[in-house]
Ligand binder design. Structure first.
Ligand SMILES: *[C@@H]1O[C@H](CO)[C@@H](O)[C@H](O)[C@H]1NC(C)=O
Ligand SMILES: *[C@@H]1O[C@H](CO)[C@@H](O)[C@H](O)[C@H]1NC(C)=O
Ligand SMILES: *[C@@H]1O[C@H](CO)[C@@H](O)[C@H](O)[C@H]1NC(C)=O
Ligand SMILES: *[C@@H]1O[C@H](CO)[C@@H](O)[C@H](O)[C@H]1NC(C)=O
Ligand SMILES: *[C@@H]1O[C@H](CO)[C@@H](O)[C@H](O)[C@H]1NC(C)=O
Length: 954
């Protein structure tokens, strides 16, 4: 013990047993402990009377009078749903070593307080009698001290790092745990253990362990085998959410007392083996979100005690009843909870689901199931959860079916082909918490039977053909209403003047016909999507500190950007494109520092310069200021936005040169659009260092000089920047994002598809001269190349024949000479070509793809070209027919360009339509959170679509 602590202990340590039943030493120790604490809600107000055993949270022994327990746990508000519950401020500050004077302390509980300033004190390791230590959610920071290993009597240790502002508690060495040989209960979830390797070997030294939770700890590995398994008494094992990439470890099958096994949200693969059936005692089995290849035939035999089975997202396919047949009948009878989301199961619900009469929760979201819902399913009267979203179910559903489900709390029938017709005066027998009925044909009237649902938390009624106003009772029907998603209807009218009494977290009324100004919004709001309506007035009338997503595009909002925007410091996505906003971009936006990911202000009438302060937005990934009246140079501070993936400044009045630092600093840039501005000077060769760049559009400027020879190096990196913060950000130990990360991670694949798609270079309408460099042939993934309307000379390089993905090539209106290379005929995808108005000569290549490029106008203005489709024959002497003079009017040809690019874009839309629709098949456990990130994804996708579309507009 360090000398100062010892001194302190001496000072307080006067042994005296007070008649009131409280030791003076212990009383003084508690007072010293209290003195160092911060207690914002004065919870320790009772800590002053003589009898400290009567103080709140203090429990003394009935026989000896010594303090045995300190129970200082903080508690949540009554709302039980986590993201909505607000945590009341707890105890904080320092923890005095005077605690060590409580020699008999067996139980210390600091659950849900806030000690984010300090590390867990090392001297906790000297509280030798401690049997119970609960620091969960107490938000200590830094490493857990190994001194805790001295607590040899400890039976219960909970360090769960849950619901903290920052998650930086970690364990780097595990061996101290091995000394806690009395431990029965150990919870280390959300504690960072990414650098521990021998964790299981240490845990295996704890022969009495019954409960182990290591979820969300970034565990890097799990041993496949152990020489000997000590922890055979283990009843609960949770290692969910760790990205462990392994087959199922063999020692699992020796856990003969296990009742609860949760391996979900990892990368486990291989078969689920027959040995699983050894775990006869299992009640709860969660294998969801892994990459299993299949299920051995007998894996589930013997699992008769199972009441909860989660097989969501494990990659199962085929007929669902074939899977159900593998569940032994004893299990089918006992099963209460069956989650089987997001597999590829087909078939229907007939003949099996109605026989599982113990079921309380069923979730089949996101499969390919079809048919009607059998009558027997509507008679499963124990059901509390019925989730059938995103399948191909059909049939009419009325109050007759629903009237037996009296216990129902969570109902999701969205995105099927149901026809839900419920009479408006029906009084349901249930009180729902969640109701999702998107695409259920509810309209045209707003369903009034909802009015009595006073406990509703989530309501989704999108795409129902509702042609009505929103009733005012909607905003008062339930005090817990947190999620409202009623988009894509024909909802008319105005919103109430104020919604600030509704504890909304998520409000999406997009694609409706709402008008009028924004209502006063609640401080709880985290996502607001009102895009595609007719709203007017200012875009935000108050600072909303929790607002993360503000999506207001396609309205008629006007005026300047308010300061409240900058003060809403949680903003991650700000999309106010396509409005009537004017004035300058406020410099205060820099206040959104490390939060803002997407800033989309496209198509407004903003003017002035881009403020230097945008350089403070270090996380900014998408910056779209296109179609405004902005001017001046690109501020050099933007080089600090090193996460930029997409920079679009097109269609403004920007001037100056294209800065070199774009190529040197914005290394993850995938899309760079500077079209239709007044940029001059040459194209800096540094741009060709951008390995991820997929879209480069510098067209319609005053650029001069030559095309850099190094252009062939562009896009040399494959895939997406996986080291990008966007993919990482949600991997931090953030509770909300802990789940969301997985969504984002799952998305990464589709995101990459999306960005592969649009490889395009457009340098048209500039004053570029010199030759087209041969190296351009190295851009083998390029799909669209437009060099038209420059002063390029020399030949069309033969190397163009190497660009196997090329779909569109436009070199019209230059001064190119020589022949059209025969290699063009080998480009199988080339569907649009324009070489008009050059000085090309010789025979137009023939064969293969060239046969389809037979519109004479694409060759026009090259008097010395011959062969089909010109009427000029190659064999005879030149020129009998002249196609027209060297162009007097560039714009005559615009129609042609537009149709070329339009074809490209229509294909793009078809692809994207499908991609975006398929999003509805996705889901996670926390639907609200899921939908939030869905929006982020869509925002990213839409921005990309839009920029591509505009790129085609001349
Ligand atoms: C002390 O006695 C009270 C009532 O007799 C009882 O409720 C409590 O559990 C006892 N406390 C301990 C620590 O034994
Ligand atoms: C099993 O636990 C005992 C007691 O903690 C320990 O001595 C022994 O080394 C453990 N065995 C293994 C293989 O870890
Ligand atoms: C698991 O049990 C089997 C049979 O009971 C035994 O042979 C094997 O050694 C055990 N494995 C471990 C790791 O304890
Ligand atoms: C898992 O490991 C295998 C090789 O052991 C590898 O091929 C696979 O890509 C890994 N999966 C992930 C998601 O890291
Ligand atoms: C379901 O129950 C019905 C009636 O009890 C029975 O005829 C049928 O065979 C059962 N189906 C299965 C798959 O067990």
């Amino acid at each position: 013990m360090a000398p100062p602590i010892f001194f302190l202990l001496l000072l307080i340590g006067i042994q005296a047993f007070v008649a009131s039943g409280c030791f003076e030493t212990e009383r003084n120790a508690l007072l010293a402990f209290k003195a160092d604490l911060i207690d914002p809600r004065n919870r320790l107000a009772s800590w002053k009377s003589q009898n400290c055993c009567a103080w709140k949270g203090v429990v003394c022994s009935n026989t000896t009078g010594h303090i045995l327990k300190l129970n200082l746990r903080n508690s949540y508000d009554k709302i039980d749903y986590f993201p909505y519950g607000k945590r009341p401020s707890g105890l904080g500050g320092k923890i005095s070593p005077s605690l060590l004077l409580l020699n008999h302390l067996e139980h210390l509980d600091l659950n849900l307080n806030n000690f984010s300033e300090i590390r867990i004190p090392e001297y906790f390791g000297s509280l030798k009698k401690l049997r119970y230590l609960n620091l969960s959610g107490a938000c200590f920071n830094s490493m857990v001290p190994s001194q805790l290993g001295n607590l040899s009597k400890l039976r219960y240790l909970d360090l769960k790092s849950f619901d903290c502002d920052v998650y930086n508690m970690g364990v780097d060495n595990f061996w101290w745990l091995a000394r806690l040989t009395s431990l029965h209960y150990l919870d280390l979830s959300f504690v960072n253990m990414s650098s521990t390797t021998y964790w299981l070997q240490a845990i295996n030294m704890l022969p009495l362990l019954k409960y182990l939770d290591m979820s969300m700890t970034s565990l890097p590995t799990i041993p496949i085998s152990l020489p000997y398994l000590n922890i055979t008494t283990l009843g609960v094992l949770k290692i969910a959410g760790n990205n462990i990439n392994s087959t199922l470890p063999r020692w699992l099958w020796n856990l003969t007392s296990i009742t609860h096994l949760d391996l979900s949200l990892n990368e486990f693969h291989g078969f689920i083996p027959d040995e699983l059936s050894c775990l006869k005692t299992l009640n709860v089995l969660s294998l969801g979100s892994n990459n299993f290849e299949g299920l051995s035939p007998k894996a589930f035999t013997n699992l008769c005690s199972l009441n909860t089975l989660d097989l969501s997202g494990v990659g199962f396919s085929g007929e669902i009843n074939k899977w159900v047949e593998r569940l032994p009948s004893c299990m089918q009878q006992n099963l209460q909870i069956l989650y089987c989301r997001k597999n590829e199961l087909s078939g229907n619900l007939s003949g099996w689901l109605e026989n599982m009469t113990s079921l309380t929760e069923i979730d089949l979201t996101g499969n390919s199931l079809n048919g009607t819902i059998p009558l027997g399913v509507w008679r499963l009267t124990n059901l509390t959860r019925l989730y059938l979203q995103s399948n191909f179910f059909e049939g009419a559903i009325s109050e007759i079916q629903l009237s037996h489900l009296q216990r129902l709390k969570w109902l999701d029938l969205a995105d099927n082909s149901f026809n839900v017709q419920i009479s408006h005066d029906w009084i349901p027998p249930f009180q729902l918490k969640t109701l999702h009925l998107a695409s259920c044909n509810l309209g045209p009237k707003f369903p009034t039977w909802l009015q009595g649902q006073t406990q509703l938390e989530e309501l989704g009624l999108s795409k129902n053909g509702i042609v009505d106003t929103l009733p005012n009772w909607l905003w008062n029907m339930s005090r817990s209403l947190a999620y409202v998603h009623i988009s894509n209807n024909q909802i008319k009218g105005k919103l109430p003047l104020t919604l600030d009494h509704v504890m909304l977290l998520y409000l999406n009324l997009s694609s409706s016909q709402l008008e009028g100004p924004l209502p006063a919004l609640p401080q709880t709001l985290s996502v607001l999507d009102l895009s595609n309506n007719f709203f007017v007035g200012p875009i935000l009338n108050a600072t909303l500190l929790r607002l993360q997503y503000l999506l207001l595009s396609n309205n008629s909002f006007d005026g300047n950007l308010p300061f409240a925007l900058c003060e809403s410091t949680s903003l991650q996505v700000l999309d106010i494109s396509n409005n009537k906003l004017s004035g300058e971009i406020p410099s205060c936006l820099g206040m959104l520092q490390d939060q803002l990911l997407v800033l989309d202000m496209m198509s407004n009438t903003l003017s002035g310069n881009v403020p230097t302060s945008l350089g403070k937005l270090r996380a900014l990934s998408i910056l779209d200021l296109s179609n405004n009246r902005l001017s001046g140079e690109i501020p050099s501070s933007l080089q600090y936005c090193r996460q930029l993936v997409n920079l679009n400044l097109g269609n403004n009045n920007f001037s100056g040169t294209i800065p070199k630092w774009i190529g040197e600093s914005l290394l993850v840039l995938m899309v760079l659009i500077l079209r239709s501005n007044g940029f001059s000077g040459s194209i800096p060769s540094q741009i060709t260092q951008l390995g991820y760049l997929r879209v480069l559009d510098l067209s319609h400027n005053n650029l001069s000089g030559t095309i850099p020879g190094s252009i062939g190096k562009l896009s040399w990196k494959k895939g997406v920047p996986t080291d990008h913060m966007l993919f990482f950000r949600y991997g931090s130990f953030d509770v909300l994002a802990g789940t969301a990360y997985l969504v984002v991670k799952g998305e990464a694949r589709e995101y990459s598809k999306l960005l592969y798609l649009v490889e395009s270079i457009d340098l048209s309408c500039n004053n570029l001269y010199g030759e087209i460099p041969d190296e351009i042939g190295d851009l083998q993934a390029l799909q669209n190349l437009n060099l038209s309307m420059n002063h390029l000379t020399g030949h069309i390089p033969d190397q163009i024949g190497k660009m196997h993905e090329l779909e569109s090539l436009d070199v019209a209106i230059n001064k190119l000479s020589g022949t059209i290379p025969q290699s063009l005929a080998t480009l199988n995808y080339l569907s649009s070509l324009n070489v008009s108005y050059n000085n090309l000569s010789g025979k137009i290549p023939s064969g293969n793809q060239m046969q389809t490029l037979n519109d004479p106008s694409i060759y026009i203005g090259n008097p010395y070209l011959c062969g089909s489709p010109t009427t000029q024959s190659c064999s005879t002497n030149e020129t009998t027919i002249v196609f027209g003079k060297e162009s007097h009017d560039r714009f005559e040809r615009l129609g042609l360009y537009i149709s070329v690019v339009l074809g490209f874009i229509i294909g793009f839309w078809i692809f994207f339509g499908a991609l975006l629709l398929s999003r509805s098949f996705r889901n996670t456990y926390f639907s609200a959170i899921d939908r939030t990130y869905d929006r982020l994804y869509v925002a990213v996708a839409l921005t990309l679509i839009r920029l591509r579309r505009r790129c085609g507009e001349m």
